[in-house]
Design a protein around this ligand. Sequence first.
Ligand code: C5P
Length: 399
Amino acid sequence: MRTILNGKSIVLGVTGSIAAFKAADLASKLTQAGAAVDVVLTRSAQEFVGVATFAGLTHRPVSTGLYESNSELGIDHVVLARRADLVLIAPATANILAKLALGVTDDVLTATVLAGSQPLVIAPAMDAGMYGSPATQANVETLRGRGVHFIGPESGRLASGLVGQGRMTEVPGIIGHLRAVLGRNGDLAGRRVVVSAGGTEEAIDPVRVLTNRSSGKMGYAIAEAARDRGADVTLISAPSALPSPPCVTLATVGSALEMRDAVQSACAGSDLLIMAAAVSDYRPANPADQKIKKTGDDSLIIELVQNPDIVAGVTGDRLVKVAFAAETNNIIENADAKLLAKGVDLIVANDITAEHSGFGTDTNAVTFVYPDREPEQMPLMDKFDVGNALLDRVLPLLN
Ligand code: C5P
């Protein structure tokens, strides 16, 4: 799986917060994703973490002082500022926010920020009192006004043992934000995309539900792929164990009827709907108010009524619609019939009985079925790559 981080040049500034230990994981994850990571440690960061850790993880020189230039870099801050696609400061202390707001340049990190014009992303980490102080808040506002992207801080337990807002956002959250920032001018910039995911739950009684084996992985991967290409993404998710993707608007729903309402309202003014959710075709006709008790009978009959077809019912001025068809047999014939019945522009058909394909897996082998040309069978791919292949094919249909 290749994300937008692959091949990008990122300056990772680390400042003197206890959360600096998490920056090592961040440097490692960004490097694994194919980014060239140039780490800059402030003097106080070096009280918490060391050069050897970051040099070892990134396989690149680490910058520490304005007067300790890396021979490979020449004048560190100028070289770093020129080549970086993005500067990330994580963790960022109250002190660095104050210096950046004022334009102080007394170390490599502040000089790099001032010399460069690439996006600046900041993940603060500090005591809640320091974060909430009028001085820090004013500095955050100043920096926001200059277009700086802030991630967090989150509320929770702080290193001091106190609870409050000041925890650095966890590494996956930071990486999701970076991908969104790097992709902001992508080929879906300015587009509104709605994606549904997961398996709906239909109440039988207050305790039991009728559901299916959908994990939500396919829909979540599409949402991330669209976000990384600049789209404004709304993800309408039936219950799923997956973490909510950063920089995506998440609406959680339970039943098919709830999903229909959420999809309909999200589609108003949207360009594209991708229905990756596994929607229950039927729901119990009369869900019980109380838990259904065991009786002496050997069997229990639950009457089901049909759910409305969500994708067929949604309309929009310029809405392009994509449906999925999870099949166990006669894949293309069934997908062809669904193209017509659902009035969609494209069907993503997949054989859920095939190995490494379908529910719960990280990969999928799909066939794109079109109204006006031959089906296109794709190889087994990571679900994120399936999402991008799908978006490539949908792109010409938008407008
Ligand atoms: O008819 P079938 O359930 O196989 O169609 C699957 C496609 O239709 C999926 O994209 C699914 O999200 C969508 N669907 C829907 N409303 C339903 C059932 C399925 O939009 N009630």
